[in-house]
Write a protein that binds this ligand. Structure first.
Ligand code: ZN
Length: 285
C-alpha cells in the first residue's frame, strides 16, 4: 500500500456512469466480513465479479455505488445474512485480508466497508428520528423533516516518529496485540490542529515535549473509520513518563535494537515511519 495513489486506477463516484465493462466488482459484507472468492478461476483470492449480484443469489439489504476500478464498476453491499454462501466463496474478516487480497482491491474494500457501515447506521435522522433519504450526486443523507445532513464519518489520528540523538522513541501500547513496539498515536479532538493534537498526545502518553514537527504522509485506516496522519518530530525536553493507561512502556532505541523488535505490520504507516528512521540512520550505529 506504499506505492503510488490508487486514483490512477480507481475513479470514485456516487452515481453510476455508462462503462464498457461487462463485469462489476461486488464488495459484499456481512457484519465486518467480506465475501471472497478462492482459487477461481486462477489461484489466488479475489472478490466476486459478475454483472448482477442476483446471479450469485445474494439478497442485498443495501447497496451503494463506489465508482470504477480499472474501468470496472464497484458496488458495496450488505447481505441479508451469511447463511447462504455461493460455491467457492466464503466470508472473512476484512482486517485479516491485508496482504491476501490485491492491494487495490483491499483499499477499495476498506472504503466499501466504511460506506456500507455509514449507510447502515444513518438510516434515521440523529436529531428527529425520521427515516433519512440519499442526497443525489453526493455521498450524504438528508432528513426530509429537519434538513439535517449526514456524511460518512472519518476520525483523524496523528501518529509520530520522535527522534533524539539518532534514536527513535518506540512505545508498547496496552491494547496492541503481540507486544509490538509502535509509535505515539492518538485521535484528534474537536478544535485542535493536527500539530496541537500531536503535542498533546505525546505529553499525555510519554510526558515529553517535541518540536520541529514535519508532515510525513497519510493512510486510510478503516478500523473502523480512521485516517492516519503521519509526522516526524524531534525531542525538545522532559523525561519519559508513560501514562500506564494507553502506553505500558516507552524507550529510545537505536537502529540495531529497533531491527530486533516486533514491529507493526509491513506497509502500515507506523511501519513506514519506523522504516524511514532505519533507512536514514543505518550508518549511525
Ligand atoms: Zn431530522
Amino acid at each position: 500500500m506504499s506505492g503510488e495513489s490508487i486514483y490512477k486506477r480507481y475513479k470514485p463516484a456516487v452515481a453510476p456512469e455508462p462503462v464498457n465493462s461487462t463485469l462489476t466488482y461486488w464488495f459484499v459484507f456481512y457484519a465486518n466480513k467480506l465475501l471472497i472468492k478462492v482459487d477461481n478461476p486462477k489461484p489466488g483470492v479475489t472478490i466476486p465479479q459478475v454483472r448482477n449480484i442476483e446471479e450469485m443469489n445474494i439478497i442485498p439489504v443495501r447497496k451503494q455505488y463506489l465508482g470504477t476500478l480499472q474501468g470496472q464498476p464497484c458496488y458495496t453491499v450488505e447481505a441479508a445474512s451469511e447463511d447462504y454462501i455461493p460455491e467457492g466463496m466464503c466470508y472473512r474478516k476484512y482486517g485479516s485480508l491485508y496482504g491476501v487480497l490485491d492491494d487495490d482491491i483491499f483499499l477499495v474494500a476498506g472504503k466499501a466497508l466504511q460506506i456500507v457501515k455509514w449507510d447502515q447506521t444513518h438510516q434515521y435522522c440523529g436529531r428527529c428520528g425520521v427515516p433519512t433519504q440519499m442526497v443525489q450526486n453526493e455521498r450524504a443523507k438528508i432528513c426530509p423533516q429537519c434538513g439535517l445532513l449526514s456524511y460518512p464519518c472519518l476520525s483523524p489520528v496523528v501518529i509520530t516518529a520522535i527522534l533524539k540523538d539518532n534514536k527513535i522513541l518506540l512505545v508498547r501500547h496496552k491494547i496492541l496485540i503481540n507486544n509490538i513496539y509502535s509509535l505515539v498515536a492518538g485521535f484528534v479532538e474537536p478544535g485542535e490542529t493536527l500539530e496541537e493534537a500531536l503535542k498533546r498526545e505525546v505529553i499525555e502518553e510519554v510526558g515529553i515535549e517535541v518540536n520541529n514537527i514535519k508532515y510525513f504522509k497519510s493512510q486510510p485506516w478503516p478500523f473502523p473509520h480512521s485516517l492516519m496522519i503521519g509526522f516526524t518530530a524531534e525531542y525538545e525536553s522532559g523525561e519519559i513518563i508513560v501514562d500506564g493507561v494507553e502506553v505500558a512502556e516507552a524507550e529510545w532505541f537505536d537502529v540495531r535494537h529497533v531491527q530486533q523488535l516486533p514491529l507493526p505490520v509491513k506497509n502500515s504507516i507506523a511501519w513506514e515511519l519506523i522504516d524511514w528512521y532505519i533507512c536514514n540512520n543505518a550508518d549511525k550505529t
